[in-house]
Design a protein around this ligand. Structure first.
Ligand code: ZN
Length: 343
C-alpha cells in the first residue's frame, strides 16, 4: 500500500510502498477515506526536540486523525464488522491500570498514542484496536469525520467549562480554538470572545459564532474582555494557544468562581501568582488531554448529527495523499486551517 513514512531522523518524510498492516486478534483494518494533518505530525515530520524524545520508533507511518471504512476484523473483535464507518480515537488504553478501571481510559497510565507510537493513517490502510475505532453516523462526511479527534478535544473543553448560558473566552484560534468557538455556540454559550494575533483566523472565528473578536497584538485582551463583560470578567476561558502570556491574560480576565480549560501546550513553564488569580478567585482549572472515552464521542456525534456544528470553514485544504509536502508546508507557514489528505 501507499503510505507517508518517516524513515530517518531529520526533517521530512517520503511517500512509498509499505507493508499492509498485520491484524492482531483485537484489531480492525480500516480503508482510509480522509486523514488530517495535526501539529503533532508536523513535530514528527520536522523531527524536533519533542519528537526526538517522544519514544517514536522509525520507520513509522505518520498521521492519527482519520475516518474510514472497516474492511477486516480480527478474530476476537465483537462490536465492529466490515462495512462500518468509523473515526479513530488516538488514545490506546491498556484496559488494566488504575485509571482504566476507574473510567479514565483517556489518561491511561500506559497510554499508547496511535500514529505516534504505532503506524498511523497517512496511508491507504491502517489498523487500530477495536476499542479505538468509533462508529459514527453516515450523515457526517469523511473530511469532517477525519477531524473528530481534535473536534472532540474542543467539544470536551466546552462541556468541562459548562459553556451553556455563559460568557466564554477562547484564547488561540488555530483549528482547535476555532472548533472550540463553534462548539461553545452549539452548546449555547451567550457571548463567545475569540482572542488571537491573526486577523484571518479571527474572521473565521466570527463566522463560526464568536460574538466578539480581539486581536491581542493590537489591544490589551484582558482589558477588552473586562469591558465586554461590564467589568465582571468571563465566566470561563479555554486556552488553545499554549502561549504563557496569553494564558496569564486569561486568568486576569476570569471572573471570581470562573472555570478554565487548558488545551494548549506551553513550551516553557508558566509562572502565575496563585493568590489573586486562582485561590481568591476560586478558579476551577481542568487540563484537557483529548476526549473522554466515550462520553465526548457520544456528545459530539449527537450535536454533529443534528447539524449544530459547522466545521467546513475550518477545513481549508483537501489534497491528495501524494501532495503531503504541500500540506505540511501549509501547516508550517500557518496560512491554512485544517489540511485533509485523501489517499
Ligand atoms: Zn490503562
Amino acid at each position: 500500500m501507499k503510505a507517508i513514512v518517516k524513515e530517518n531522523p531529520g526533517k521530512g518524510a517520503c511517500l512509498k510502498e509499505y507493508p499492509m498492516p498485520v491484524l492482531g486478534e483485537g484489531d480492525v483494518l480500516i480503508k482510509i477515506k480522509a486523514a488530517a494533518i495535526c501539529g503533532t505530525d508536523l513535530h514528527i515530520y520536522d523531527w524536533n526536540n519533542w519528537a526526538q524524545n517522544a519514544g517514536i520508533k522509525l520507520p513509522t507511518v505518520l498521521g492519527h486523525e482519520c475516518s474510514g471504512e472497516v474492511v477486516e476484523v480480527g478474530a476476537a473483535v465483537k462490536t465492529l464488522k466490515a462495512g462500518d464507518y468509523v473515526a479513530c480515537e488516538t488514545h490506546i488504553p491498556c484496559g488494566k491500570c488504575y485509571q482504566c478501571r476507574n473510567g479514565l481510559q483517556h489518561i491511561c497510565a500506559n497510554l499508547v498514542i496511535y500514529g505516534v507510537h504505532t503506524d498511523g493513517c497517512f496511508a491507504e490502510y491502517s489498523k487500530i484496536p477495536e476499542e479505538c475505532a468509533v462508529r459514527i453516523p453516515e450523515s457526517i462526511n469523511p473530511n469532517v469525520a477525519a477531524v473528530l479527534e481534535p473536534l472532540g478535544t474542543a467539544v470536551r473543553a466546552c462541556i468541562e467549562i459548562q459553556a451553556s448560558g455563559k460568557n466564554v473566552a477562547v484564547i488561540g484560534c488555530g483549528p482547535i480554538g476555532l472548533m472550540a468557538v463553534n462548539a461553545a455556540k452549539a452548546l449555547g454559550a451567550a457571548n463567545i470572545i475569540a482572542v488571537d494575533v491573526n486577523s484571518l483566523r479571527l474572521n473565521i472565528a466570527e463566522g463560526l459564532g464568536a460574538t466578539h473578536i480581539i486581536n491581542s497584538a493590537e489591544v490589551d485582551s484582558a482589558g477588552r474582555i473586562l469591558e465586554v463583560t461590564n467589568g465582571v470578567g468571563v465566566d470561563a476561558f479555554i486556552d488553545a494557544s499554549g502561549n504563557t502570556g496569553a494564558i496569564l491574560n486569561g486568568f486576569k480576565s476570569l471572573r471570581k468562581g470562573g472555570r478554565v480549560a487548558l488545551i494548549g501546550l506551553p513550551s516553557k513553564p508558566l509562572e502565575i501568582d496563585l493568590g489573586p488569580y486562582v485561590v481568591f478567585k476560586e478558579a476551577s482549572i481542568v487540563g484537557i488531554h483529548g476526549r473522554r472515552m466515550y462520553e465526548t464521542w457520544t456528545a459530539m456525534s449527537n450535536i454533529l448529527d443534528k447539524g449544530l456544528l459547522n466545521i467546513d470553514p475550518i477545513i481549508t485544504h483537501v489534497i491528495k495523499l501524494e501532495e503531503y509536502e504541500k500540506g505540511f508546508e501549509i501547516l508550517e507557514k500557518g496560512y491554512g486551517g485544517k489540511v485533509i489528505l485523501v489517499p
